[in-house]
Design a protein around this ligand. Structure first.
Ligand code: ZN
Length: 461
């Protein structure tokens, strides 16, 4: 069994340490995380996920604690994920801003975890959804996702829950107006916490007024529940409301279309993050800063920069950057009037060994190979005036004719060069001297030098 499948087994048996490790892997964007999530996905969707959001100070944390206790009284196991997009801290031990009730932290049927922002890709919503998936697969009956504020991140996170609970407090009439964008639409249940306070009637009236203006496509009438979490009042009503909407979500007429919409969002979210991550592999942070400076001063436009980044991160470009960087100069081709004359210097004078003389008929050339370290000097003599070397000699006289560079996969390299708009003489490789696969790149694209590519898969003599 692979490491991932062992871990999956342990998570399915609700091994708390395996669950915690999986969530850390998700936060750290470790490659094992996606293996785990692939294996766990089929086991998700059994429990009920409840997202709670609302302005800071609305008493969400104590509400979550009391909800968890209520569920425990019903013998249901509970996972709690506390999400703080503004905090750089995460992990169960770093929940410094609040102390959970001891009755929860010591209960083996309760798993508590906090999550915070990591990186700058806006992946917190996705990471939270993935962490919740791990808890669901581990068989927690109810998972409570608590967010700190009511920003866009929080809305995105809570939106993915089965049940969205929006927590308000009396006397925040103006605040209801302020937060209603985005929040009013996602609330399946509205809680007026701290309901012992003055103004609870007015807050409820305002809430009803706002809800009447919002038509939900699924026909659900959001429920309003009053609670005093610190005194444990209204918690049973809230659980009843949550369970009622849970039934509606899972078995109601629109449940299938809602699930599909959530799934579609999730696919797009993962796709967005993966594509962004892949694109950013081809550009360093300092390059990005350089680009930004060029755009800021109007020396470059952001559109062509993005196109550049995208093409540099295309699968073929990435593949070649990684595995097909040329390793050496295979040989230098020198056009000579006659090989015999040239050998007086290269062989007799310099002392190179003449390896072989070969006639490549279809190129109209006679070649002499003289090994030189890892490379060779290739002397080229035309077999006629109308041959490529013959024309070269007529136009430019004897001299360096071409540079030959070894590549691992000549067909792929030619495809990549063509894609990049490089002018090729040979779009397909052909047999050159020694039966090697070769192809020529036009000097117009190389800075004036004819470049020969040769596939290095065959061992050199
Ligand atoms: Zn050559």
């Amino acid at each position: 069994m692979t490491n991932a499948s062992t871990q999956i087994e342990r998570i399915l048996q609700r091994d708390v340490r395996a669950v915690a490790r999986a969530i850390s892997a998700i936060e750290n964007e470790s490659p094992v995380a996606s293996e785990l999530l692939k294996g766990l996905f089929a086991h998700t969707g059994q429990g009920l996920v409840i997202g709670l959001t609302g302005a800071p100070g609305a008493g969400k944390s104590s509400l979550v604690d009391k909800l968890a206790l209520q569920y425990r009284a019903q013998e249901k196991s509970v996972g709690i994920v506390a999400v703080d997009p503004s905090s750089p801290f995460s992990g169960g031990a770093l929940l410094g801003d609040r102390i959970r009730m001891q009755a929860l932290t010591t209960d083996p049927q309760v798993f508590i975890r906090s999550m915070a922002t990591r990186g700058n890709l806006g992946g917190l919503a996705r990471a939270t959804v993935d962490a919740v998936a791990v808890l669901e697969a581990a068989g927690y009956d109810r998972t409570l996702v608590e967010t700190v504020g009511v920003g866009q991140d929080e809305v995105d996170i809570v939106k993915t829950a089965d049940v969205c609970v929006v927590v308000l407090v009396p006397g925040m009439g103006d605040s209801i107006q302020a937060i209603k964008a985005g929040i009013m639409e996602i609330g399946d249940i509205f809680v007026i916490n701290k309901a012992e306070r003055d103004g609870v009637e007015q807050t409820e009236r305002e809430l009803i007024g706002l809800l009447e203006m919002t038509m939900r496509p699924d026909g659900w009438q959001p429920l309003i529940v009053r609670t005093v979490a610190t005194e444990n009042r209204g918690i049973a009503d809230l659980v009843a409301a949550i369970e009622k909407y849970g039934e509606f979500v899972r078995h109601g007429e629109s449940s299938q279309s809602r699930r599909s919409a959530v799934a579609e969002n999730r696919i797009l979210e993962i796709l967005r993050e993966r594509l962004l991550r892949r694109a950013l592999q081809s550009v360093s942070a300092s390059q990005l800063k350089d680009f930004a400076a060029l755009v800021a001063t109007r020396q470059r436009d952001p559109y062509s920069i993005v196109e550049e980044i995208i093409s540099a991160s295309s699968p073929t470009s990435m593949m070649h950057a990684a595995s097909d960087s040329p390793r050496k100069i295979n040989h230098l081709g020198v056009a000579v009037s006659t090989i015999d004359d040239a050998l007086r210097f290269w062989r007799d004078g310099l002392g190179l060994e003449l390896h072989e003389i070969e006639v490549v008929e279809d190129q109209g050339v006679r070649t002499a190979m003289l090994p030189l370290g890892e490379s060779r000097i290739e002397l080229l003599e035309a077999t006629g005036d109308e041959t490529p070397v013959g024309k070269f000699l007529a136009k430019r006289g004897p001299g360096i004719h071409h540079v030959c560079i070894e590549v691992a996969d000549i067909t792929a390299k030619l495809m990549q060069l063509k894609e990049q708009g490089i002018r090729l003489i040979d779009e397909q490789p052909r047999r050159g001297a020694g039966g090697m696969l070769v192809a020529f790149v036009h000097p117009a694209s190389t800075g004036g030098v004819l470049v020969e590519l040769v596939e290095s898969s065959k061992p050199e003599i």
